[in-house]
Design a protein around this ligand. Structure first.
Ligand code: SF4
Ligand code: SF4
Length: 56
């Protein structure tokens, strides 16, 4: 279980700056979360302007 960034992502980078374990990186067309690193803190979801990160 981890957070996953949906296609709504506009690649603003705000979530990557907030992630305490640096699980988020810029991907092809959107940012992506490394599921093995994510600790499900929810900080990315709280920061995102378009609610792209969702708990899966
Ligand atoms: Fe990082 Fe927390 Fe988002 Fe997981 S839920 S990607 S640990 S900010
Ligand atoms: Fe994408 Fe939201 Fe992260 Fe910005 S904060 S890079 S829109 S997931």
């Amino acid at each position: 279980m981890a957070y996953v960034i949906g296609d709504e992502c506009i690649s603003c980078g705000a979530c990557a700056a907030e992630c305490p374990v640096e699980a988020i990186s810029e991907g092809d067309g959107k940012y992506v979360i490394d599921a093995d690193t994510c600790i499900e803190c929810g900080a990315c979801a709280g920061t995102c302007p378009v609610e792209a990160p969702q708990a899966e």
